[in-house]
Design a protein around this ligand. Structure first.
Ligand SMILES: Nc1ncnc2c1ncn2[C@@H]1O[C@H](COP(=O)(O)OP(=O)(O)O)[C@@H](O)[C@H]1O
Ligand SMILES: [Mg+2]
Length: 238
């Protein structure tokens, strides 16, 4: 089977900082892949490079047989790749529904599709339905993360990339978000998940990649990573 997404020898820089050094990574359709690593390792840069925010200096990013390198970010969204960045950037002054409508705007969906998308989001996150007319800024942190994810889903992506969705949330809310990520995957969306919470991520994921100081040092089935001494020590809190 051919991978949906394949990074080959990718190098990305911020000025002179070599943030990604020869990244090779594959994601197959239907998978949940976790990207683990400590602060500053290059996790967010990997997502930014895939979504076209950063252009790699070297390497290729193959998506359905096409090299994405050089494709502008909004075109990459149209191809079915959505990146939910760190820190849930929702529009605090707009209502929940208005935020969702904006999620569809990037792909210019028609009214009926937008309505269906909002219904899907509300099925997935009943709490957002209750708060449909509330301004997003008044939502709790967990609800804002749910809204950020729902907004990303409005364009019906094939690949959803999540950058630390559990950041700053209470454990019970983290569990809820993880459950919903699993559900989104079951409904047919492939997932690339960055998590500091490696335990939660590896419970969910099929496979994982470990990135350390700009390089992939390991990639394995999630259950193999969960049993690996080095991973346990470094990321799972022995
Ligand atoms: N906007 C930026 N300008 C300069 N350096 C950056 C920028 N963003 C990240 N970096 C550097 O790139 C490296 C990788 O960062 P990042 O991908 O954000 O790590 P992670 O998400 O794994 O914590 C780090 O050394 C970080 O300091
Ligand atoms: Mg990061």
């Amino acid at each position: 089977m051919k991978p949906l997404l394949k990074l080959k020898g990718v190098h990305s820089f911020y000025g002179k900082i070599h943030a990604l050094n020869d990244i090779n990574l594959e994601i197959y359709e239907g998978e949940i892949v976790a990207l683990l690593g400590s602060n500053g390792a290059g996790k967010s840069t990997t997502l930014k490079t895939i979504s076209g925010i950063i252009k790699p200096k070297e390497g290729t990013i193959e998506w359905e047989g096409e090299n994405l390198v050089g494709t502008p970010a909004h075109k990459i969204v149209e191809k079915g790749i959505i990146h939910i960045p760190e820190g849930r950037r929702i529009f605090g002054g707009l209502t929940v529904t208005e935020n969702l409508e904006l999620g569809a705007f990037t792909v210019r969906k028609n009214k009926k599709q937008i309505k269906e998308g909002i219904e899907r989001a509300f099925d997935l996150f009943p709490r957002l339905k209750e708060r449909a007319k509330q301004t997003a800024g008044t939502l709790s942190g967990g609800e804002q993360q749910m809204l950020a994810i729902s907004r990303g889903l409005m364009s019906q992506p094939k690949l959803l990339m999540l950058d630390e969705p559990s950041m700053g949330l209470a454990p019970i809310i983290v569990q809820e978000i993880m459950k919903i990520i699993k559900e989104i995957n079951k409904q047919g969306t492939t997932i690339l998940l960055i998590e500091q919470n490696a335990k939660a991520a590896l419970k969910l994921a099929n496979r994982g990649y470990v990135i350390e100081t700009s390089k992939i040092i390991m990639h394995e089935e999630a259950n193999v990573l969960r049993a690996d001494d080095k991973i346990i020590k470094a990321y799972l809190g022995a």
